[in-house]
Design a protein around this ligand. Structure first.
Ligand SMILES: C[S@@+](CC[C@H](N)C(=O)[O-])C[C@H]1O[C@@H](n2cnc3c(N)ncnc32)[C@H](O)[C@@H]1O
Length: 285
């Protein structure tokens, strides 16, 4: 079959689920992943014909897309900054907002001569934050923890694949205090922050496939993890160490106020590229 005919089938079969541009993105990503052909090749060679064998992964992928499975889980990998990371349904798919949080730390530490910060990433998931920081700040010592053993298995593989050293720990941040005091220059976290009442705003492909434990918090205690992280960071950050957090866009003011009233100074709220309150940096008092 002609490759462009398969593209038309993708558009027809997925039209009820996704906008046209997104379907094109899925299609070209699969063509590149399974056939090694880049998008521009299809433009300059419009009549590429595939064998049955070559077609098969594209149609299998289409079946999974129709079930609203995220593209990244189908391909088994995603991009985060300059990294390629393995992902499966045990881990959240890393988001562009989180790249911005990492950028913020790199801006702060990248230019400091003889900087070898000790960094802790809480709720590491795929390991994206920890591994990206270890890569960008080669003299940093990076530790990362998560409550999910399955997530840590993925994170360990990702560190190996990207040739960085990160110490991974299985731990529950709501009940964890076995680290040496004042051990860290930077504590960073993208904890679960979507309130259950926000579920209607969340796309099906996220709700159906991404881990609940990575995403949702109760409406009664939306800052549960932030409070535990702030307490932990107060004990375990070095003097003038800093805390970097990704936050719920609707809870920027509340989260900032909590940190200012408890243990931290110079709390800075920052918007993401979509103009939403998304990140906080706080200095230990
Ligand atoms: C929003 S995801 C972030 C994953 C990854 N850091 C990222 O930015 O893509 C939150 C992570 O926190 C972990 N987590 C949830 N509750 C936790 C807890 N009580 N203690 C430690 N980790 C927890 C989840 O397993 C999940 O991997």
């Amino acid at each position: 079959m002609l490759l462009k005919e398969i593209k038309t089938i993708f558009q027809k079969e997925l039209a009820a689920l996704y906008p046209k541009e997104e379907i094109d993105t899925f299609f070209y990503a699969m063509v590149e992943h399974y056939l090694g052909l880049q998008r521009f090749v299809l433009v300059v060679t419009p009549n590429i014909t595939l064998t049955k064998e070559e077609e098969q992964p594209l149609f299998e992928g289409l079946t999974r897309l129709r079930l609203e499975e995220p593209l990244q889980y189908i391909l088994g990998e995603t991009h985060f900054r300059d990294l390629v990371l393995e992902v499966n349904t045990a881990v959240l798919i890393p988001r562009p907002e989180t790249e911005e949080l990492v950028d913020w730390v790199v801006q702060e530490w990248g230019n400091r001569e003889e900087a070898s910060p000790v960094i802790l990433d809480i709720g590491t998931g795929s390991g994206c934050i920890a591994i990206a920081l270890a890569k960008a700040l080669p003299s940093a010592k990076v530790v990362a923890l998560d409550i999910s053993e399955k997530a840590l298995e993925v994170a360990v593989k990702n560190a190996t694949r990207n040739e960085v050293e990160v110490t991974f720990i299985l731990a529950n941040i709501l009940d964890f205090d076995t680290m040496p005091e004042r051990a860290f220059d930077v504590i960073i976290s993208n904890p679960p922050y979507v309130r259950v009442s926000e579920k209607p705003e969340i796309r099906n492909n996220v709700k159906k496939y991404e881990p609940e434990q990575a995403l949702f918090v109760s409406d009664e205690h939306p800052l549960l993890h932030y409070k535990a992280i702030a307490r932990f960071a107060h004990q375990h950050l070095k003097k003038e160490g800093s805390l970097f957090l990704e936050i719920n866009q609707y809870l920027g003011k509340e989260t900032k106020a909590f940190l200012e009233e408890n243990y931290f100074t110079k709390v800075e709220l920052k918007k993401d590229i979509f103009g939403k309150d998304r990140m906080l940096k706080a200095l230990k008092e």
